[in-house]
Design a protein around this ligand. Structure first.
Ligand SMILES: Cc1cc2nc3c(=O)[nH]c(=O)nc-3n(C[C@H](O)[C@H](O)[C@H](O)COP(=O)(O)O)c2cc1C
Length: 187
């Protein structure tokens, strides 16, 4: 049995790894991007995706004002960029200019879709719930942007082609191995 620990403030690193996503926002002329490890699909119909964002983040009020955000999934090769947008605030700099972040020319995009993303969800903000010291931003996916070469049968990520950026907590990143996935279909 693993050791059970009661700590007043657990690290919450124990559930990792998760995909380290980049949440982007456009508010007027202002673009911003932040790393986000706390995110999840919430519903198929309607298609909802949730991101948890602390009110301390500059992105927090930008997303509320814009009423939209995008969730971008970048490969492991871009872990340094993910760390950079996760360690610096848009209050102090234009991260797109500083880190040379390229944006896809998507007409009428609600939020920046990153050139380097193998997939991205463009979301309209439909609800926000306070969960302790973070808020759950619920986005309705209005468009998904997918690099078809990155996905195989049944839209499963082809980990032979794309190595996802996985976050372990405490500034550590890993990715998937070269072993083929185990396919374990039900009866
Ligand atoms: C890998 C990684 C994951 C992160 N995940 C989250 C998250 O899920 N929610 C959150 O509020 N902040 C998260 N952060 C912190 C923000 O990305 C960070 O505070 C960022 O500088 C906020 O940028 P902004 O002030 O420009 O919005 C994460 C940071 C890193 C490095």
């Amino acid at each position: 049995m693993p050791e059970t620990k009661r700590t007043p403030l657990p690290h919450l690193n124990h559930f990792y790894p998760t995909v380290a996503a980049v949440v982007t926002v456009r508010c007027g002329d202002r673009l911003n991007a932040m790393a986000c490890a706390w995110h999840s699909a919430l519903s198929f119909r309607p298609p909802l995706y949730g991101v948890l964002i602390s009110p301390k983040r500059f992105s927090y009020s930008l997303i509320i004002e814009a009423g939209a955000f995008a969730v971008n999934f970048l490969p492991f090769e871009k872990a340094e960029l993910i760390a950079a947008v996760g360690r610096n605030s848009g209050r102090d700099m234009d991260k797109f200019a500083r880190f040379g972040i390229a944006v896809r020319p998507v007409p009428d995009a609600l939020a920046p879709i990153l050139q380097e993303a193998y997939a991205a969800y463009e979301c309209r903000l439909v609800a926000r719930h306070t969960c302790g010291d973070h808020d759950l931003f619920v986005g309705e996916i209005v468009r998904s942007h997918v690099d078809k070469r990155a996905f195989g049968e049944e839209s499963v990520l082809d980990v032979g082609r794309v190595r996802p950026a996985l976050y372990l907590g405490a500034d550590r990143y890993v990715t998937t191995s070269n072993a083929p996935p185990r396919h374990l279909p039900g009866r």
